[in-house]
Ligand binder design. Sequence first.
Ligand code: AMP
Length: 184
Amino acid sequence: MTLRLIILGRQGAGKGTQSIRISSRYGIPHISTGDMLRAAVVEGNELGIRAKAIMDAGDLVPDDLMMSIVTERLSADDAQGGFLLDGFPRTAAQATWLDTTLAPGGIDMALTIEVPDEVVIERMLARKRPDDTEDAIRRRLDLYEEQTKPLLSHYAERVATIDGHAAEDTVEGRVAEVIDAYLA
Ligand code: AMP
């Protein structure tokens, strides 16, 4: 049985941490588009050069570019038994495209990790990523509300909402509970 998951949630919700845990717990690759883009920036390749200024501003990399990155990654051997997509889809166009790409079934489950505003802000200020300027953070949170949050209704029938305001182990347990229920 394949396990094709996406994980949504604002920056600072703990998506990255939980994704790593889910990935090792269920033996599926953690595919983070943000990590892939940051690696391209470090490498200084064409993609990285195109993406850097956009990421620094907290804006979204164009859909067509994201789709081609994800197409390539999902075609790799390790993704054939399932995967956890983190950071994609982020727009309605990306979500529709993913449905088509994974047709007829689409994804199995969308996980969303919810945390209160003040916790998000506290966590964001605590971490230090080169693209984490205050303006970029604000821009990303705005874009999440505008473009990514509406995807929750796109996936209404297969979304699991997880309360992320707890210790990492507790949150992991909550995530595992919904995935195990799906697999049972
Ligand atoms: P993340 O690590 O997921 O927060 O992504 C960091 C940055 O990479 C975002 O602020 C965007 O600029 C870019 N990015 C990552 N994934 C996507 C995506 N699916 N669509 C557009 N831009 C993305």
